[in-house]
Design a protein around this ligand. Structure first.
Ligand code: SF4
Ligand code: SF4
Length: 388
């Protein structure tokens, strides 16, 4: 059983958020992960331009300060995206990160883009997976001494949810690797539901969508996806408000999740004891921060869960989202507000637990976790913070 340390988003004058967060990191025992002089990669997403729901840079600062206190040398990192956008190459990626508030003056750490200027800086790593014998991983995490994953926990149009596994696997996959992970995703347009609004065309990063004359039954123009140009990113699915675009899986929808877990196995190869995962379960939107916009949250802010076990960290976060009562008026329909599978309700029944099960099979961790609550009221004899 793995320990998952947790602080809730609740706060008042007796218990400041910062104090709680510092206590969380202390309990996580980062001193077992970070040794003096270590180059420590802090893996996060800087958020796409126009999205306002990515991880707050101020949270990053607390982790940076803790790593420095332990004698480590932290830096922030992420790999370039598969799709065109604000993070497609290192130059644009850095500008987006700075515009979103991740400058040194806020976070206290420099930024190193993980796979070089154009995404060519990666290496192949052998894995014993069901889908891959080797994976293509950005060079920077392979060269780092330790990795701390900071994941904004939210929904995802292809994987069901995005937490630590997705942050590490998809996030550190080099561009050819990302393409291999997405290769089972195949979006299709239902002409009768399409009203030719062209939103999907505007957001498609590959220019794969055009508007053409529809069938006689449709009786108007409709969106058409060029399968050759499509990279399977799923942005059009999240963008279409009429529900006209759905993912037709070339195979089992769980496979993209399993491939992502195998990529995480490649990132963590040789990093035993040099990894920690922190999931921020707040601003839990239906879709990923890679979109250039964000919907409202589907559940109230829950808190921060941290573990040395990536599977336990994601399992605990998913359980807490599913146990929470949904917020009316958002992406969850009235009948799904109390659903025990909230991301599945939103993303057409995707079984998002496949990434957890496969991560377990790969020996990356366990879904069997012990949740250690660290809020003031949960900690017996707690004496910290009263005078801060
Ligand atoms: S966003 Fe949806 S409704 Fe609009 S053009 Fe694309 S498929 Fe059609
Ligand atoms: S999945 Fe949709 S948005 Fe992404 S490349 Fe294919 S058509 Fe474009």
């Amino acid at each position: 059983m793995s320990k998952v340390y947790f602080i809730s988003s609740r706060a008042d004058s007796r218990e400041r958020n910062l104090t709680k967060y510092q206590r969380l990191l202390k309990n996580l025992s980062l001193n077992r992960v970070v040794a003096g002089g270590d180059l420590v990669a802090i893996k996060l997403s800087f958020g796409e331009r126009g999205n306002f729901n990515y991880l707050r840079p101020q949270y990053v600062r607390v982790v940076v300060d803790e790593i420095k206190r332990l004698g480590g040398r932290p830096f922030l990192t992420d790999a370039n995206t598969l799709y065109a956008g604000g993070r497609h190459n290192s130059r644009d990626h850095l500008i987006t990160a700075l515009e979103n508030g991740f400058g040194y003056e806020v976070t206290g750490a420099p930024i190193v883009i993980a796979d070089g200027l154009l995404g060519h800086d990666y290496r192949s790593v052998p894995v014993d997976g069901a889908h891959f014998r080797e994976v293509k991983i950005s060079s920077v995490p392979l060269d780092a001494d330790a990795i701390i994953s900071l994941a904004h926990f939210k929904g995802h149009m292809v994987c069901g949810f995005g937490g630590t596994i997705k942050n590490m696997g998809m996030g550190f996959g080099a561009r050819p690797g990302k393409q291999m992970m997405h290769s089972d995703v195949h979006p299709e347009v239902n002409q009768e539901l399409c009203d030719a609004c062209a939103r999907c065309r505007k957001w498609c990063p590959e220019g794969a969508i055009t508007l053409v004359e529809g069938s006689e039954a449709a009786g108007h123009k409709v969106a058409l996806i060029d399968d050759e140009a499509c990279i399977g990113c799923g942005e059009c699915v999240a963008t279409c408000f009429t529900g006209a675009i759905s993912v037709v899986w070339k195979s089992d929808p769980r496979i993209v999740q399993e491939k992502t877990a195998e990529y995480m196995a490649g990132v963590l190869a040789g990093k035993e004891g040099k990894f920690a995962a922190i999931n921020y379960i707040m601003g839990v939107t239906p879709d990923c921060d890679c979109l250039g916009w964000n919907d409202s949250a589907i559940v109230p802010d829950i808190g921060i869960a941290a573990s040395l076990d990536p599977i336990a960290a994601d399992a605990a976060a998913l359980d807490m989202v599913n146990a929470a009562l949904g917020i009316p008026g958002g992406a969850l329909g009235e009948k799904d507000l109390a659903s025990g599978d909230k991301f599945g309700s939103i993303h057409h029944g995707i079984d998002a637990t496949a990434q957890l099960a496969h991560g377990e099979r790969l020996g990356l961790g366990t879904r069997d976790y012990d949740l250690v609550k660290l809020d003031k009221d949960d900690v017996e004899g707690h004496k910290e913070n009263s005078n801060e």
